[in-house]
Design a protein around this ligand. Sequence first.
Ligand code: SF4
Length: 137
Amino acid sequence: MPVPEARAWLEAIPGVGPKTSAAVLSFSNLRRAALPVDSHHHRVAQRTGLIPRTMDVGPSHAALAALLPPEWDAQQVYDDHEALMLHGQRCCYFRNPACGRCVLLDLCATGQALMSARAAPDEARTASASDRPVQPL
Ligand code: SF4
């Protein structure tokens, strides 16, 4: 069964959404090319501009999967998920992301804006967003 059909079949089960359907197909012994998007993956994708900041996690599955090279196999799709998820867990934190040590800083407008705000003089920072946690995503 093709992945889109398998996902549609799974998502017809009450309570099963796109993350679960992708996880079942990707993480199990089936190891199919289905991209799960958890909250960490979603946050990194929003902050780096892969998806709009206003896009919810549900629709982000199709949007992010569409960005992957079509020739990628299941392992590569799985690795993509793992890389973004782990980056969110270990660097691009929900609050106060560690942009100063992030390998994506040169590519990330969110991180560059945060770094600029953090470097601003103290008096200028009092009225800025830099003293507040980054906007939750
Ligand atoms: S530069 Fe900052 S906001 Fe951008 S991905 Fe890295 S940690 Fe996240």
